[in-house]
Design a protein around this ligand. Structure first.
Ligand SMILES: Nc1ncnc2c1ncn2[C@@H]1O[C@H](COP(=O)(O)OP(=O)(O)OP(=O)(O)O)[C@@H](O)[C@H]1O
Ligand SMILES: [Mg+2]
Length: 364
């Protein structure tokens, strides 16, 4: 069965909801799947001359950009499973780059040009390379991807990749970014850059009608919050990461697909301040805050930070999932900030509303 037929089958069976934006990209992937059937990538120089192998130019791969939960990975995986070309490799971009660095490390012992050696080997192992979640987080990756992918394309590898960012927004504000610009140009030249512009965040649809401010605390609350986490991220546990805040690292215990997860203690008992909260609001669409206690005069600084945190999240329209000892209006009744906390209560209430989470949520 062809890619398009399989995609249509999944819609007919109800496994996938019809989605015009996904359909448009599925058409492109279908064309690519067809082109790959007739494509034999270039053998290495000597061998090519020996066999007189003829081959057309490599078909253009795809760079699928779009917001979280739109179905980029779903489409890429469906395509990768289907593509009639061997060998093929599917990897998370981050894992792919870790593998590259490990091989570079090994190749440095012998090879004159380690990157060329590694890139040649990778190209030989993958005529089709499907890379999920392209993002360039550090300078070590930024400085090698240009040449690495240039060699992969020269060797005839076809790349399909997904990303939340357009090529031009990768490694934004990164150190020595001018040295990274050739990679952006390469992506734009060698790949068909398409946006998956679906109005539906399929993960978000799963939380519709559910409580997002869970109380009181206890195993039941923990379980409910964990359920929401899984629905919103498709993972049991996110990956630990860190944000750069004014030259410091702000540790994020768990992050996945635009969501981050903390405890109240992580965010409000540690000495964090406005730049930290702003960085969180700018980097995540959804924030999970677990174990918010009833705030007493003992919690003077944590209370102040909590008020600031909620204000910051509110201003950036971040979605909040929280577990707390009590409902918002019972969280803070006496102390210095009681008056100010009325605003926090009102915001916490609004942040639970369907309209805050997105009026156009499709039930999925
Ligand atoms: N048309 C659809 N009908 C039903 N479920 C869908 C549809 N498209 C995607 N999904 C499901 O929605 C979830 C999110 O899709 P997917 O992981 O592909 O999103 P994404 O665009 O890769 O998001 P991210 O940028 O966060 O990686 C997945 O569980 C996927 O199976
Ligand atoms: Mg994805």
């Amino acid at each position: 069965m062809g890619f398009w037929a399989d995609y249509q089958d999944k819609i007919a069976s109800g496994a996938l909801k019809p989605d015009e934006a996904q359909g448009a990209i599925a058409r492109k992937l279908d064309h690519l799947a067809e082109a790959l059937k007739d494509y034999a990538p270039k053998p290495a120089g000597f061998f090519a001359r020996l066999t007189g192998a003829k081959n057309g130019p490599a078909p253009k791969g795809l760079y699928i950009q779009g917001e979280v939960g739109r179905g980029k990975t779903m489409l890429m995986d469906l395509f990768c499973a289907h593509a009639d070309i061997e060998p093929k490799r599917r990897a998370h971009f981050h894992a792919f780059m870790q593998d590259i660095h490990a091989r570079l490390h090994a190749a440095r012992r012998g090879a004159k040009d380690p990157l060329l050696t590694v890139a040649n080997a990778v190209a030989a192992e993958a005529r089709l390379l499907c890379l999920d979640e392209m993002q360039i987080a550090d300078i070590a990756d930024a400085m090698i991807v240009g040449r690495l992918f240039d060699i992969l394309f020269q060797r005839g590898s076809v790349v399909v990749t997904t990303s939340n960012l357009k090529p031009g927004d990768l490694y934004k504000d990164g150190l020595n970014r001018q040295l990274f610009l050739p990679f952006i140009k390469l992506m734009e030249e060698k790949l068909d850059v398409v946006t998956l512009d679906s109005p539906t965040d399929y993960r978000l649809g799963r939380v519709r009608g559910r409580e997002t401010f869970i109380h009181p605390l206890g195993p039941d609350a923990d379980r409910k919050l964990q359920e929401l986490w899984v629905k919103l991220t498709d993972t049991e546990t996110g990956a630990a990461t860190a944000l750069d805040v004014l030259g410091r690292k702000l540790p994020v215990p768990q992050a996945a697909h635009g969501a981050a997860r903390f405890t109240f203690a992580d965010l409000c008992e540690a000495p964090l301040g406005p730049p930290d909260y702003l960085a969180l609001a700018q980097n995540f669409r959804t924030l999970f805050i677990e174990h918010i206690p009833v705030l007493t005069p003992r919690h003077r600084n944590p209370s102040k930070r909590f008020i600031l945190l909620i204000d910051t999240l509110y201003d950036a329209h971040v979605r909040l999932v929280a577990s707390a000892e009590a409902v918002p209006e019972a969280l803070y009744s006496e102390g210095h900030h009681a008056q100010e906390f009325l605003r926090t209560v009102s915001r916490l209430q609004e942040m639970q509303s369907a309209s805050w989470w997105g009026a156009k949520i499709v039930e999925t």
